[in-house]
Write a protein of this length. Structure first.
Length: 127
């Protein structure tokens, strides 16, 4: 019998796996159509999305495990995770665009298309 936390982990693995696949396809498309820098930029954007999905899944599992003991602590875990992910996305985009000098459009497209995995999985699950 699966616990809710185990089910969340399985769903998170599926989402992250789909994100890796989508990111790989986007990188390949940019490599074939534009070149190496654009492909690396798209890959960096996809990686940001994958990291965010991993952190989200970890936070949701942690909040789920904590919920029976304290709903306030569980809620705090979710809110702090959202703040952490928001700051991380800003920081990683800043590093990618300002320091690494990646191509902005390719980076954003890689990020956005990889984020679509959430909508794809939600549509598959009927939500």
């Amino acid at each position: 019998m699966n616990t809710p936390a185990q089910e969340l982990r399985v769903k998170a693995r599926k989402v992250i796996g789909l994100q890796v696949l989508i990111s790989g396809l986007v990188v390949a498309g940019f490599f074939l159509g534009k070149g190496v820098l654009e492909a690396l930029s798209a890959g960096f954007g996809g990686l940001i999305s994958i990291i965010l999905a991993f952190l989200l899944s970890r936070g949701v599992v942690q909040a789920s495990d904590t919920a029976p003991q304290s709903s306030k602590k569980s809620t705090a875990i979710l809110y702090m995770g959202a703040v952490q992910r928001f700051l991380l996305v800003l920081g990683l985009f800043g590093v990618g665009l300002a320091i690494l000098k990646l191509e902005p459009l390719a980076t954003v497209i890689g990020f956005a298309l990889t984020q679509l995995a959430f909508m794809i999985m939600a549509a598959r699950n009927g939500h």
